[in-house]
Design a binder for this molecule. Sequence first.
Ligand code: PHE
Length: 454
Amino acid sequence: MAMLNNAPRDSFGSKIGVIAAAAGSAVGLGNIWRFPYVAGENGGGAFLLIYLGFILAIGFPVMLAELTIGRRAQLNALGSFKKLAPGKPWYLVGLMGIVAAFLILAFYSTIAGWTLEYLVQAIGNGFSGKSSDALKESFETFQSGSFRPLLWQVIFMFMTGYIVYSGVKKGIEKYAKILMPILLLLIIVMTIRSVTLPGAEGGLNFLFKPDFSKITWPVILDALGQAAFSLSIGMGTLITYGSYIQKDNPLPNIALQVTAADTLMAILAGVMIFPAVFAFNIDPAEGFGLVFIVLPNIFVQMAGGYFFAILFFTLLAIAALTSTVSVLEVVVAYFSEELNMSRNKATIIGSVGITIVGVFATLSFGPLSDFIIFGKTLFGWFDYLSANVLLPIGALMIVLFVGWFMGKAHVKAEITNEGSLKVKMFPVFLWIVRLLAPIAIAVVFLYGINVLKF
Ligand code: PHE
């Protein structure tokens, strides 16, 4: 019953547009905010190695699997499963993705809101002359408030809703193409400044010298969760985006380029953050606030820092925006195609619903900071549950679906563009989605949560 009261489905205009949009989804706060803080909490180097292993062995194959499902079915995350496995419970995987989208966007929009606050502070020259301690203190005062963090969160959700409202091609594809290369350039400039700070070696050692004594099952699960989160896999974002990809675009090549871009950005973010962390004597396990304390420290030290601070937070906000749009799109495509709402109504209901959940995430740093369940705030739980539980389970289901249930002929036809594309690695891919990835995810997940002390 899909599409009853909708115009024909929107689609991406070109291959480069697809890559920009999918990389726009993948590259975001996950790379620049989440990766450094999770790596910092988990001891650095060894975590990075395990993370890279997961990207290769699980991340890339899952991304290709998702694009394959979406483009085959030409529907939203839930509708795709219903269409490819009629009458079977696989649609529940899609439903889980919708739930994950709500949780992710709820806490992501908190942090995205912080980037807007920092942009405004940068414009007002708010970091200048402040010591490292003063910068830390002003961050803590800001995040523990209620009015300003909430206001920025609502504004950010409004911007996200606005872009989704304008459609697939005219929203994210258009902006992503211009903004992603600029973001890359800026991170490179910042990275150079950071590694040339006195005392930077400590940070590079921390990031690149693995110390395996830090590795436990929960840390390995964190690495898997971070890999999934950063690549936007396991919840149907790439099923949804895949459904907008034209039939003559090469899916393996797109998945490879997006994975490479995302991984490069995460490593660069690490190389940008950790030398400065050590140079300014900040604790690498500082947690959620890590980048908001470290980056202003670099700007204060940097020639033209005023200017770079503005550019950087603008681009960080935009990187976040191209990601939030992709999460909201999952919900909107589902509401409009499965629940027969107009796209506009779906966007409004989706954004408002998510913002309401998001308020609880934002207040976790202020009025609700004492509301601790099993050692985590609500924000902590949204983050943990989505990245370390829902995305790994979603990824597991997706590889099992493509490996065993979708039918080898269908999978091959979609990946090779009905035979017109040579994909030499297809048998390897099949082997990974059938055995390697499912076993690896299941083992890491089961050991990772068992060790949790409830
Ligand atoms: N990959 C995004 C980031 O790194 C976050 C995201 C997760 C987006 C899941 C979509 C789906 O910032």
